[in-house]
Design a protein around this ligand. Structure first.
Ligand code: SF4
Length: 151
């Protein structure tokens, strides 16, 4: 350990390559991270991502997926949406996270709603613990919240 500078040690510790001998909770934290790393293998895939559309009102430089609002070929068909919902239940995991991404998934909020309702319906016979997450275009929310706060 002495061969590393304090800064290097801090970097290695923060990435869990080495652990602090005297830091409280270090062992538990490492065990927890190790367990999380194996979770997919032991419990089955728990994160499922549905992309209703690649369309987005923005064109961030780093974004590799967004398509213009006028584009018509990058929206999921209803058939694909329902198949995607059904495939989620192939996982053995008892707790699932279903995340809606895009593009901006809320441009097709109708599809997000349809997927949530369909997944809940299927889950009546599976009894899994399901969490829904949206990854929208936050710009619209900043504008909306700014308008709301200023009104
Ligand atoms: S807001 Fe998100 S989806 Fe839209 S262009 Fe930017 S990174 Fe891509």
């Amino acid at each position: 350990m002495d061969r590393f500078s304090l800064s290097e040690q801090a970097t290695l510790k923060s990435h869990f390559f080495i652990r602090s001998i005297d830091a409280l909770g270090s062992d538990s934290l490492l065990l927890s991270r190790e367990s999380a790393r194996r979770e997919t293998v032991q419990a089955g895939p728990c994160l499922h991502i549905i992309v209703p559309t690649l369309q987005c009102a923005h064109s961030c430089q780093y974004c590799q997926v967004s398509r213009s609002l006028t584009d018509s070929h990058h929206v999921m068909s209803d058939e694909c949406l329902y198949k995607a919902c059904e495939s989620i239940f192939q996982s053995e995991a008892k707790a699932l996270t279903v995340e809606f991404q895009g593009g901006d998934p809320l441009l097709r909020f109708d599809m997000v709603q349809a997927a949530v309702l369909y997944i809940k319906k299927i889950n009546l016979s599976h009894h899994k613990n399901i969490r829904f997450v949206n990854r929208p275009d936050f710009y619209r929310y900043f504008v909306a919240s700014e308008k709301y706060c200023c009104s």
